[in-house]
Every structure is written in structure tokens, then in C-alpha cells.
Design a protein around this ligand. Structure first.
Ligand SMILES: C[S@@+](CC[C@H](N)C(=O)[O-])C[C@H]1O[C@@H](n2cnc3c(N)ncnc32)[C@H](O)[C@@H]1O
Length: 264
């Protein structure tokens, strides 16, 4: 990869030196491959992990259903369709804790133009990077979790992707140096049991999700039962999906279709 990326022998020497000093390969070349896309990754911004493609696959399927692509899915019925065909519309997707914006970019690429995409992150470097990767396909907001999202999204989000930090504080020191040293702590540390950010995301999720909308979080296999419990207590119907091949677990929480607006 370095040979392919360097334009001169001198540049190759410099890249090899940076990699040998422990910089992640993606930070050296400036991009990561994710879902077949080339995602720009600036220094210190979280490198999108290949295992997160599993979460994105589920997000794409759910966004397609919401957009009415899947006749068997819960797409909204057109008023004049006599209940026969789901109306095709733009799915509303939010990529919370978006980092480089890789997950949102992959969903946008799969859905073509039929998506209203918002992304948000607290780290200004991540937000700058996501704005480049998502360009015209999304609005990218900077701030704490839902704080920077437009209020008009409340109760309208079909698919809420939240690949939040989930490493327990006591285990951050055990991560490979590429993560421990070269990615921001805020991108990794999920608190004592790793689930603190997920708890905060879940607590407010029913306010933002459309009826029947979905929250998707990645966890470790060990955390999954606890994460499913947190989603259930937050009023969402949880299901766990995992892939041993990709070594990844995703918990999907669905807002019941007929639940009333919290506080409304
Ligand atoms: C594990 S990384 C995932 C990044 C991206 N979703 C991906 O899969 O490549 C977690 C991201 O959450 C962001 N983050 C952590 N706490 C946050 C908060 N309170 N509000 C918004 N973003 C936060 C970090 O800056 C980091 O970019």
C-alpha cells in the first residue's frame, strides 16, 4: 500500500518511517477502504474498522425498507395505492458519533440519492474529515451527541447509526498502539463498563426515532446482553446480530410502531 501511495522514493522512505514509528497505515496514506469506498482519514481521527461493515449492512437493509425499496418491508403505504405498494421516499438516516463519516457515506452510496443523511461528532477534526467524505450527501454537525442535530429531525429518524466508543476504561491501555496512541481517547473510552455513551444515546433515542425506526450500536460479544437490556429499558425492542467471521456484534433496537411520542 505504501508503494502504491508514494509518488517518489523519498516520499516512500518518509511513509515507511512513519508507519515503523507506529502510525496506523490509514493515517500514513490518508485513507481507509470501507464498504468498497475510499474514506479520507485525517491524523488522530478514528480509523473506520472493517468489522463495522456488518453494522452498515444492517443499516442499509433497514434504510431500504424505510425508503420503500423492499415491498415486504415496512415502507409507508402511499395514500393512493390502495394499500398495495409501499410509497418510495427518502429514508432519514443519522450517523451519530460519525468519526470520518464512513458509515454514513456507505449507506448514502448504497441508497443513491434517496436518503436524508445527517452526521454528527464532538471532535472537530472528525467533523472536518466527515464533511470531506460526505460532501454534498449529508449535513455534518459538531457537538455532543444529539445536541447539534436540527430539532426538525425529532420523531423522523428511520435509521440511527451509533458506533459509539465502547472500550471499558480499564481496557483502553490494552489496545494496540495504533489506537491507544494515535486515536483520540474520546473515540475509544466508553466508561467503566464501556457502555456509558451507549446509555446516553439510548436514553434520548425514542425522542428522535420515527415510529418503527431503528437504533444500531456495535458492541463486544461480552457486552451484548447488557446492551440489549439497556435498549429494552429505553423503550426499544432489541435484537442481537453477530458474525463470528467478522468478529463483531451489533445490537439493533426498534421503536415500536405505535408508541406515542415521549412526553407528547
Ligand atoms: C468508535 S469511534 C466511531 C467513529 C465512526 N462511527 C466509525 O465507525 O468509524 C467513536 C466516535 O464517537 C465520537 N464521540 C465520542 N463521544 C461523543 C459525544 N459525546 N458526542 C459526539 N461524538 C462523540 C468520537 O469523537 C469518535 O469519532
Amino acid at each position: 500500500m505504501l508503494i502504491g501511495a508514494a509518488r517518489t522514493p523519498a516520499e516512500l522512505d518518509a511513509m515507511v518511517a512513519r508507519r515503523a514509528a507506529g502510525l496506523p497505515l490509514e493515517h500514513v496514506v490518508g485513507w481507509a477502504e470501507f464498504c468498497g469506498l475510499r474514506i479520507a482519514v485525517d491524523p488522530r481521527v478514528f480509523v473506520p474498522r472493517r468489522r463495522t461493515e456488518f453494522l452498515v449492512g444492517h443499516a442499509i437493509a433497514l434504510a431500504r425498507q424505510a425508503a420503500g425499496d423492499d415491498a415486504a418491508g415496512p415502507g409507508r403505504l402511499a395514500a393512493d395505492s390502495g394499500g398495495r405498494a409501499p410509497a418510495r421516499r427518502r429514508a432519514v438516516v443519522v450517523d451519530l458519533c460519525c468519526g470520518s463519516g464512513a458509515a454514513g457515506a456507505a449507506v448514502a452510496a448504497a441508497l443513491g440519492g434517496r436518503i436524508e443523511l445527517h452526521a454528527a461528532d464532538i471532535d472537530p477534526a472528525a467533523v472536518r474529515c466527515a464533511r470531506r467524505n460526505l460532501a454534498a450527501s449529508a449535513q455534518v454537525h459538531e457537538g455532543d451527541l444529539y445536541d447539534p442535530l436540527p430539532a426538525a429531525l425529532r420523531g423522523r429518524v428511520d435509521v440511527l447509526i451509533a458506533n459509539v466508543p465502547y472500550v471499558p476504561t480499564g481496557e483502553v491501555g490494552l489496545l494496540p498502539p495504533e489506537a491507544r496512541i494515535h486515536e483520540e481517547r474520546v473515540a475509544l473510552d466508553g466508561g467503566a463498563d464501556g457502555l456509558d455513551v451507549m446509555r446516553r444515546v439510548t436514553a434520548a433515542a425514542p425522542l428522535w426515532l420515527a415510529p418503527g425506526g431503528h437504533l444500531l450500536v456495535e458492541t463486544s460479544e461480552r457486552q451484548a446482553p447488557q446492551a440489549a437490556g439497556i435498549l429494552a429499558r429505553g423503550g426499544l425492542t432489541p435484537r442481537v446480530a453477530s458474525s463470528s467471521e467478522m468478529n463483531v456484534t451489533v445490537v439493533i433496537g426498534t421503536r415500536p410502531a405505535r408508541q406515542s411520542e415521549p412526553g407528547g
